[in-house]
Design a protein around this ligand. Structure first.
Ligand code: AMP
Ligand code: GLY
Length: 417
């Protein structure tokens, strides 16, 4: 099977890495670290299956355009991708499907937004309605800060048109979980759970980012919880979409918060999470191309299976990320990192300079990933690789999966598993 992966970040690198175990893979536009990268646009590529990685082309209808040419495509059309393209619409679908989620309102003027803020508890969440690469969300205990964020978003200064409608939510508290479901329009199968680290600095300090690291499996998530999420969130959502004539074939990524009242939906994404894909996919032990082709064709027969190993990914970012990352620095140590057992360095914001050297070209530059028999060893290997890689001003969080290792060690110390 020939598979064309669309996109050029670490998620697409991870997809290509795992798909190429069983398929011939090309990636458009890819990046200098992804084998099989090509400049040819997807519309000009002949492939048995297209897998669209990022949200922007999905929201923009790329899957529809490829399907109109007769291609088999893994990724929702523009109708389904609206779940991510408009948070207000996502909340509407959540209400129709009766999904547990935070109380919210959508606003286009400051006065009504402020009046709604007055009805909230003591944790305020302000989001852009449209796409903002994971950065358009403010969570604050300050009513004044929330109101200022509304003003900034509505003015278009911060996120352009994406912010001209704002969504205000009641703040939820609890551990977060990313569960990615592979959907075939009728039903869905769950992939292994992962946890993502969204804030830029250690201890969950600083602004939200696209994600600074992830690990899988997650110690506090068992099969019963996965089943509960599929029954209570994913299946009713697919049903509600079907009722609206939406044939959703692709990943439905449920971002959940495990609150005192049970799991609640934070957001839906319409594609593999990034960096979740970098830890979930390397643990996949079956034929990924086969599974995604079945989903794209509307009939999943393959049950996803995962190794017992753990995976940890640590994002290496450029100085200034997420506000204004510096770019163009030469990256060193990639070859040395790759010699560490179980390590794969997925390229995100990378390019080559005139002399052919790999340089930084974005905020999130690399997703340094390690697979090992346990989360502790995977974490050690990932950070050894991070320490081998360098460029001026690079940084990463140092606490990715630290709590998972502590939970595991505490379980072992008390005789648990
Ligand atoms: P989103 O882009 O909607 O996933 O939001 C990004 C991050 O903001 C989430 O992963 C949470 O950490 C945080 N967040 C979003 N909505 C809420 C909420 N209602 N309560 C608490 N935290 C939230
Ligand atoms: N890791 C969060 C996202 O992919 O949106």
């Amino acid at each position: 099977m020939k598979v064309c992966v669309v996109g050029g970040g670490a998620r697409e690198h991870a997809l290509a890495h795992v798909l190429s175990r069983t398929a011939e893979v090309v990636v458009t536009p890819g990046n200098p670290l992804i084998p099989g990268s090509t400049d040819q646009p997807p519309e000009e590529i002949d492939a048995d299956l297209f897998v669209v990685g990022p949200e922007a082309p999905l929201v923009d209808g790329l899957a529809d355009r490829l399907r109109a040419r007769g291609a088999l495509v893994f990724g929702p059309g523009a109708d389904g991708a609206r779940l991510e393209g408009s948070k207000a619409w996502m909340k509407h679908i959540a209400a129709v499907a009766d999904l547990p989620t935070a109380r919210h309102g959508a606003f286009t003027d400051q006065g009504s937004a402020d009046a709604f803020l007055d009805t909230m508890g003591d944790l305020f969440v302000v989001k852009t309605d449209g796409l903002a690469a994971g950065k358009g969300v403010i969570v604050t205990e300050s009513r004044a800060e929330a109101s200022a964020a509304v003003a900034e978003y509505l003015s278009g200064a911060a996120f352009g048109d994406a912010g001209r409608t704002v969504v205000i939510e009641e703040g939820m508290v609890g551990p977060e979980l990313s569960l990615l479901a592979v959907c075939d329009g009728q039903g869905a199968v769950a992939l292994a759970p992962a946890q993502d680290f969204k804030r830029v600095a250690d201890g969950d300090a600083g602004p939200n980012t696209g994600g600074m690291g992830a690990y899988s499996p997650v110690p506090f998530v068992d099969d019963a919880l996965v089943d509960q999420v599929m029954d209570r969130f994913v299946d009713p959502t697919l049903h509600t979409l079907r009722e609206r004539g939406i044939d959703y074939r692709g990943v439905l990524y449920a971002g959940l918060m495990l609150t005192a009242e049970g799991p609640k939906l934070v957001e839906y994404n319409v594609r593999f999470g990034d960096p979740e894909a970098e830890v979930v996919l390397p643990r996949f032990s079956g034929d990924l191309a086969q599974l995604l082709a079945e989903a794209a064709a509307g009939h999943i027969e393959t049950e996803p299976t995962f190794t017992d190993e753990a995976a940890v990914t640590v994002v290496m970012a450029s100085e200034g990320y997420p506000q204004s990352p510096r770019t163009g620095d030469v990256i060193s140590g990639l070859d040395e990192a790759a010699t560490i057992p179980g390590v794969v360095v997925f390229g995100a914001g990378v390019a080559t300079d005139d002399s052919g050297q790999v340089v930084t070209a974005g905020g999130r530059v690399l997703a340094v990933t390690a697979v090992a028999p346990g989360v502790s060893e995977a974490r050690t290997r990932a950070y050894r690789a991070v320490d081998a890689i360098d460029w001026p001003g690079c940084f990463s969080r140092r606490d990715i999966a630290a709590s998972a290792v502590a939970a595991h060690d505490a379980g072992v110390a008390s005789g648990g598993r």
